[in-house]
Design a protein around this ligand. Structure first.
Ligand code: ZN
Length: 84
């Protein structure tokens, strides 16, 4: 398995209104991937605690390689709205 290294310095957030990326500081506990669906992680956007199995892959918050972080459903929906 390929391990993905990331740090708070290589995380980017897409700003739909400004059409550009900005470096983004993740909430503590945010994650990209877990093989434990019951693991409690933080939504990378709002920081709320969610089960990894209930999370969605962010379209706005990702590493420089484009790998999205886990976000809650509410934030995921918001991202779609903002992209319109
Ligand atoms: Zn959220």
């Amino acid at each position: 398995m390929t391990r993905i290294k990331y740090s708070k310095y290589s995380v980017l957030r897409w700003l739909p209104k400004e059409h550009k990326y900005k470096k983004y500081r993740l909430p503590v506990g945010a994650c990209i991937y877990s093989d434990n669906m019951d693991r409690v992680v933080s939504c990378a956007s709002c920081g709320n605690k969610i089960k990894y199995g209930d999370s969605y892959t962010s379209r706005q918050i990702h590493t420089e390689l484009g790998i999205g972080f886990a976000v809650c459903y509410e934030c995921y929906k918001k991202e779609f709205k903002e992209a319109e």
